[in-house]
Every structure is written in C-alpha cells, then in structure tokens.
Design a binder for this molecule. Structure first.
Ligand SMILES: [Fe+2]
Length: 358
C-alpha cells in the first residue's frame, strides 16, 4: 500500500502526480470537428513520481518520467499514458515502494544502492524512427511510439553509452540530430561529449572536451554553422558535496563561460567567451551572420540572474523559493573576428517567461 504524498508545491495541484496508466481510445470532441486530413501524435514527458519522497528534500526534477500521447487520425483522437520502464521504475514497482530518493544528496533505501538512477523524465523526441525519452544524466530510453512500451536504453548501436542532454537539436536541412552530454567522464567531471547522429539514426561523430568546471549544463545551441556550449555557474563540486554541501549550487564566482566552435571543426577549436554570472535553462534561437567582413553568432536566450530551483553554494535559499527568479529574453552577440573574450547583451522584452518558442 502506498502512502499519501506530502504537501509540497511540486507534488500538489497542477504538479500532482498522475497515478494511473490508461488508454482512452475515443476522446470526446467537445466543439467542432477534427479535420480528417490531420494526423499525428503529440507526445509529452514530465516528472511524475510513482511513490512519495523518501526525505524532505523532494526536487521537481527527480520524479519518474511519464509519457502522455494524444493521437489524431481520421477525424478521431485518442489518449494513452505510460511511465517509462527504466531500471529505477522496474525495481520500485517490484518493491511496491520508493527505493531511489527524489532529493539531491539524499540516500537510497538500504539495499537499493545499486539501482541505476534513471528517470527519463525531461523531454521526449522523435528521430530516425525512434521515440526517445530523455533526462540529462543517462542514455536515452527508446519507446514504441504507438503502444508506449519501453524498449530500453539506446546507446546508438553501442557507439555512445554516456549521458545525453534532454534538448538535442535537429537540423531541418540534413535531418541530423546533434546532442551533448555533461559529466561525460563520470560524476563530478567537467568533461562534455558532443555527438552527431545522421538522418538514418547512425552515430557519425562523438568527441570529448573539458569545460572550465563541472556544472549542470541543461541545453545548448546549434546554428547552421556553429555549435554553442553555454556553461553557467550552477556548479557540481565534488569537494563541496563530500563536505555535505549541495549537489548542484549557485556559485557565481565561477562565472559564465560560453564555448563556440564551427560545426565542421574539432572540439579542440572551441573558443571560450566570458560573461557575468547568470543561468539559462532554454535558448530560443541562434544564427550566424556575415556582415562587413565579420562573422558573428547571435543567440536569443531566456536568462535568469541566478539558477532557479537550486540553493546557493553555502546551502542557503530553498529550491522552492522562486520569488526573485524571473527569466528574461536577451540577445547575445559574439564577434568571432574580434579579439575580445566577452560578448554583448541586449534585453529584448521586459516580459518574463520560460520555454521560448517561435
Ligand atoms: Fe529543459
């Protein structure tokens, strides 16, 4: 028997976990008609903890992923939802209780130390005939796009077994998927991997380089000519963790470092630009321009003055205190023909927001 969930803003109201898996084959169309030519599936992923937290440090990002799918075809719509059957899910389902904590730095239940921590809860993407559930700490988990059954971890025919960002980028011209992984040489390492997968799902490139420090690297940007790796001071400091400090923390002294390289060049050519401490979960767009004999990279990103949802390095500030954390859309411009290691910033609007899209 499962216990009730505690009163936590990330476990109640709109954030409350859905405890049922179901198939609704004929959804009610309450107004108008679905065009018969419209066909496709809208997939959604999100943290949906299957059991209440172990301790009092529950974090939104650590609940088990559940995929929701609304399928439209022939003037009808259906709905289906399934948890992603990760190793963590299967072990806990068998135990009928939570084994793996949902708080950073919390210990698992005794005996569950070796259960692989994999939540596959952050995004779901479709590429080369595969539906991939993603978190940023593990390999993607492949699922059947129709039944939502889990096929298991996908390692690109064994060519890349490291972590994969939940925000890969898709090149509409080439059909390629580009992605990176952070802590790619193991927990606490500053190593970043960079991969390209062709339109047929074959991994054609994998390389590693070192960021200035280990941190939570949530997203990156690809233009038709350049790749941009933004490193923000949400640091992962093994020494701090060993002393009982927070796993991921706002550490502004580390500064912001933005790495840029040409897509057709090696990671050895990544050029680092430095900026004021800030955090960006999600960019909106980026492009490369050539004007007046200068090559520039422009990036529009949703910028915070500090990392939301994580404490300061000294452990102060609750991760649920979002009052002074508001994303603002800014445009960064990098002059690749200049000698400066800085970049310019223009605020594009005073409207706060997140998940920017065209
Ligand atoms: Fe994200």
């Amino acid at each position: 028997m499962s216990k009730p969930f505690p009163d936590n803003p990330f476990l109640t109201e709109n954030f409350a976990p859905v405890m049922a898996e179901c198939d609704a084959p004929d959804l009610i169309v309450s107004e108008g008609e679905l065009p018969s030519e419209l066909g496709g599936t809208l997939y959604r992923n999100g943290p949906n903890p299957m059991f209440p937290p172990l301790g009092n440090k529950h974090h939104w990002f650590l609940g088990e992923g559940m995929i929701h799918a609304i399928h439209v075809e022939g003037g009808r719509a259906s709905y289906r939802n399934r948890w992603v059957r990760t190793e963590q899910y299967e072990a806990q389902r068998e135990a009928h209780e939570r084994l793996v904590p949902t708080g950073f730095g919390e210990a698992p239940v005794a005996g569950a130390e070796n259960v692989k921590r994999n939540v596959a809860n952050t995004n779901v993407v479709w590429h080369a005939g595969k539906l991939l559930a993603l978190d940023e700490g593990n390999s993607p988990v492949a699922m059947d796009g129709d039944t939502l059954t889990t096929d298991g971890s996908w390692t690109f025919e064994g060519k890349y077994e490291g972590p994969m960002t939940a925000h890969p980028k898709f090149d509409p011209r080439t059909g390629e998927m580009h992605f990176f992984g952070y802590m790619a040489a193991g927990p606490g390492t500053p190593d970043i991997s960079y991969q390209v997968v062709d339109r047929n799902g074959k991994l054609t490139r994998t390389e590693m380089f070192k960021a200035p420090y280990a941190s939570m690297v949530h997203d990156f940007i690809v233009t038709d000519e350049h790749v941009i790796f933004p490193i923000f001071p949400a640091t992962i400091d093994v020494e701090r963790i060993m002393k009982g400090g927070p796993t991921i923390a706002w550490d502004p002294d580390a500064g912001t470092h933005i790495g840029i390289m040409a897509r057709d060049a090696s990671v050895d050519t990544v050029r680092w630009f430095k900026g004021d401490p800030c955090y960006v979960y999600h960019p909106m767009n980026a492009w490369t321009s050539h004007e007046g004999g200068r090559t520039r990279v422009h990036a529009d990103v949703m910028k915070y003055s500090r990392v939301p949802l994580f404490p300061d390095a000294d452990g102060k500030k609750a991760p649920t205190d979002l009052a002074d954390e508001q994303g603002m859309l800014v445009r960064w411009t990098f002059d690749l023909d200049g000698n400066s290691d800085t970049y310019t910033e223009t605020q594009l609007t005073d409207l706060g927001g997140e998940f920017p899209r065209f």
